[in-house]
Design a protein around this ligand. Structure first.
Ligand code: NAD
Ligand code: UD1
Length: 357
């Protein structure tokens, strides 16, 4: 570890979207790994408090973190950030991610996610920084015909959010093909849940959560009366949808592994990796694990399937294990324990009842 820290010390990483859920956890792990980190975030779906807490958790490494409040669509602002510091690599989390909203406001999603990424790539080229880790999603597998999903499965997007991920993957591959100096990792996340074990940072979605676990968490703390379970007639063990939940700390460490690989390998090109646990868990199993971890009963309301939902999705993790030397460590008990610890300590996230929607 010390050797790694020595090596990381000389490296400076730009993290876009670093105030958000996955970005804040990854920023912390980068700092603890000895990297210097600059975060750029427009705070559209996050707040600066998250950055302050990351610095606090990082202890003696907290001084290696800088924050720039800026929008990736503002190229001048981006230029400014690159002109004050030379970055060795960029981890690009910044983007909008609500599927329903993307259907209602597709142009907003294309503008934010795609224009933001194009600006970033152009400014990176201008400053000769050509190492990138990009947050893609299992959503690019659409409704997979079989599981586990391997990286070479056919890709298809079923909503504008998914299409932004698919387009950005292609844009990255094209950029790399045109200029082999680029080294790019496309990481397809499955379902990130949980929080840092301290309960000091975690997920704090704005508005009504779309995803299962943030919703469960808000029911547990009394912010919502019940969980709506979408679909009970899937051909799964208990009729509810099956997904691959991955602890956000494991996911963050997956980024450190990807980054190390980028620095170590000369001819990486543009490579794609699944980051998941490789295990499938149903909605009811997840609720039961959370009830056990929290001691709270989660009232359920069973309704029809949610349009666009798949029956069963989980990852093949073989490629990441073999090539990144990374494997998820935590099971759903630990995910639920840490999720509950965060929500019990921060029932209104980083905000207060008055400032929460
Ligand atoms: P998040 O919303 O918590 O974090 C994203 C951050 O990006 C936010 O802090 C937001 O303010 C910032 N941002 C958005 N647009 C920006 C812009 N134009 N300029 C600057 N900052 C901007 O989301 P997250 O869960 O941490 O997800 C991070 C990334 O991972 C996203 O790209 C998301 O699509 C992807 N992803 C997330 C999941 C998941 O379930 N959480 C699954 C697969 C992929
Ligand atoms: C959703 C998105 C996907 C995105 C992923 C991670 C859709 C159609 N897909 O996928 O694009 O990449 O989140 O951000 O939105 N569930 C309930 N009740 C709820 C919420 C969810 O029963 O209130 C069920 C779902 O039907 C599903 C499981 O819980 O079976 C997980 O849902 P969710 O957390 O939204 O993740 P995904 O469906 O994998």
């Amino acid at each position: 570890m010390d050797g790694n820290i020595e090596e990381a010390k000389s490296k400076s990483i730009l993290v876009t979207g670093g105030a958000g859920y996955i970005g804040s956890h990854t920023t912390l792990q980068l700092l603890l790994g000895g990297y210097r980190v600059a975060v750029i975030d427009n705070l559209d779906n996050s707040c600066e408090e998250a950055i302050q807490r990351v610095a606090q958790l990082a202890g003696k490494y907290g001084g290696n973190l800088t924050f720039h409040q800026a929008d990736l669509r503002d190229k001048e602002a981006l230029e400014k950030v690159f002109s004050v510091e030379k970055f060795d690599a960029v981890i690009h989390f910044a983007g909008l991610k609500a599927v329903g909203e993307s259907v209602a406001k597709p142009l907003l999603y294309y503008n934010n996610n795609i224009v933001g990424t194009l600006n970033l790539l152009e400014v990176m080229i201008a400053h000769d920084c050509k190492k990138l880790v990009f947050s893609s999603s299992a959503t690019v597998y659409g409704q997979p015909k079989e599981v586990p999903c391997t990286e070479d499965f056919p890709l298809c997007a079923v909503n504008p959010y998914g299409r932004t991920k698919l387009f950005i993957e292609e844009i990255c591959c094209d950029a790399q093909r045109a200029d082999p100096e680029w080294k790019i990792m496309l990481l397809r996340y499955f379902n990130p849940v949980g929080a840092h074990p301290s309960g000091i940072i975690g997920e704090d979605p704005r508005g009504i959560p779309n995803n299962l676990m943030p919703f469960v968490q808000q029911v547990a703390v009394g912010r919502r009366p019940e969980l709506t379970v979408f679909g009970t007639d899937y051909k799964t063990k208990d009729g509810t949808g099956v997904r691959d939940y991955i602890h956000v700390m494991d996911l963050s460490d997956g980024h450190i592994a990807a980054l190390s690989k980028l620095f170590e390998t000369n001819d990486i090109g543009c490579e794609v990796y699944n980051l998941g646990s490789g295990r499938g868990t149903s909605v009811l199993e997840m609720v039961a694990a959370f009830e056990k971890a929290s001691g709270k009963k989660i009232p359920l309301k069973f309704v029809d399937r949610r349009p666009g939902d798949s029956e069963t999705v989980y990852a093949s993790t073989e490629k990441a294990e073999k090539e990144l030397n990374w494997k998820a460590q935590y099971g759903i008990e630990k995910m639920c324990r840490d999720q509950w610890n965060w929500s019990e300590k921060n029932p209104w996230g980083y905000r207060s009842p008055e400032t929460t929607d």
